[in-house]
Write a protein that binds this ligand. Structure first.
Ligand SMILES: Cc1ncc(COP(=O)(O)O)c(C=O)c1O
Length: 387
């Protein structure tokens, strides 16, 4: 099936990618095997993290990370309201209690100041899940300083940020490096920077967390590895912890590895498109451009353009672009507006004014590396003609 018009995101799969997948389809391993391990090593090389555990998708990665963080029975977890549902749902999967810390309009990510106030005046969460919105890391070093003071764990939701970096005290860190977090996750959904069809990964520098994550990914099963142990026989396995089947196949990992070979190319093209948009819209008082950080060493995942005139102007532009086959999207409806969260916790509109202001006027323009310059120009012309 083909897209009609210009989608907001699209994978880019080449014949080489297809060959890589087909080679695995005719090999002896289909499910998580040696190729998954190669993919994990590549993720470690890219980010500098000590351990990577690949799994079924980014949502599974978040769930595994929350289980490894031992979230259970009303333990408090907080995340950004400006994210996909999964950033919060993972706390709920563990029967934790979910709350939301507002964003800074300058980064569109969770505000460290607001988190600090929350910890001092309301409650100290067990886990904080900051989200690298659109490919831009929030102030992770500041979150790390707060975690040292208050004792919470940090899971960086880097689903948007494979290939992005951030700077701190003159050093550069990869998103997902866990230099300032306990765990980080990626998603390999086709809308993301690289794809495995579906897929996800958790990264960490903590060997105990890595071991637990591997265990939880595969039903919590431990096989009898020591012939001297008094188990029932060499076939025996035990399950002491409830885990899941969150495995990923080796042929998906082959696609992920092949795509990683082109990450530099994807990043360069994404940045070129962002520059073209920025140049065209710069100085237009009706438009608020994405955070400046996206123009540094980020690998931009989205181009969230805000309409200074707000909700009505956004709706009109959304409709005009869709009528021309330009499938812009809205990222994101504040998560706590969802009836599930509103009913369960009594969260009301007005709770996070930053996320709500941003939501009321934002629209993500198409951004993916296979877009042609002509398509970018078509979108720019359509935006400027419909303000
Ligand atoms: C910020 C964020 N976190 C987590 C996820 C979940 O990833 P997946 O779709 O691979 O389950 C997504 C996917 O859209 C996302 O955008």
């Amino acid at each position: 099936m083909k897209w009609q018009g210009i989608p907001y995101a699209k994978h880019w799969v080449t014949q080489e990618d297809i060959r890589g997948v087909c080679d695995i389809l005719s090999s002896d391993f289909l499910t998580t095997g040696p190729v998954a391990q190669i993919f994990e090593n590549r993720l470690c090389e890219l980010t500098g993290a000590g351990y990577a555990i690949v799994c079924a998708n980014g949502t599974a990665a978040l769930h595994l990370a929350c289980m490894a963080a031992d979230i259970h029975d009303t333990d408090l977890g907080v995340t950004s309201p400006n994210s996909f549902l999964a950033s919060a749902n993972c706390i709920e999967f563990c029967r934790g209690r979910t709350d939301f810390i507002d964003i800074d309009l300058s980064t569109l990510c969770m505000s460290p100041d607001k988190l600090e106030t929350y910890c001092r005046e309301q409650a100290v969460p067990r886990v904080v899940i900051p989200v690298d919105f659109a490919g831009l890391a929030p102030d992770l070093p500041r979150f790390r300083a707060l975690s040292k003071e208050f004792g919470f764990l940090i899971i960086e939701d880097a689903a948007h940020a494979l290939g992005s970096t951030y700077s701190f005290e003159g050093n550069t860190f990869a998103c997902g490096s866990c230099a300032h977090s306990d765990m980080a996750i990626f998603s390999f959904h086709p809308a993301k920077t690289i794809t495995a069809g579906e897929g996800g990964a958790i990264l960490t520098n903590d060997p105990d967390l890595a071991e637990r994550l591997r265990l939880l990914r595969n039903h919590g099963m431990v096989r009898n590895q020591d012939p001297k142990t008094p188990w029932d026989g060499p076939w025996y396995y035990e399950m002491d912890t409830l885990g899941y089947n969150y495995r990923i196949t080796d042929f998906q990992c082959a696609l992920g590895i092949s795509q990683m070979d082109r990450l530099g190319q994807f990043k360069a093209r994404r940045n070129q498109i962002v520059s073209l948009y920025n140049q065209a819209f710069h100085g237009n008082t009706q438009l608020i451009l994405p955070p400046e950080g996206l123009a540094t060493d980020a690998c931009p995942h989205l181009y969230p353009l805000q309409l200074a005139n707000g909700k009505e102007a956004r709706l009109a532009l959304y409709k005009a672009l869709h009528a021309r086959g330009i499938h812009c999207q809205i990222h994101y409806i504040p998560i706590y507006w969802q009836p599930y969260y509103a009913k369960k916790y009594g969260y009301e509109k007005g709770k996070c004014p930053g996320a709500e202001t941003y939501y009321s006027r934002t629209l993500s323009l198409p951004l993916y590396p296979a877009m042609s310059d002509d398509q970018v120009q078509e979108i720019i012309d359509a935006v400027l003609a419909n303000l």
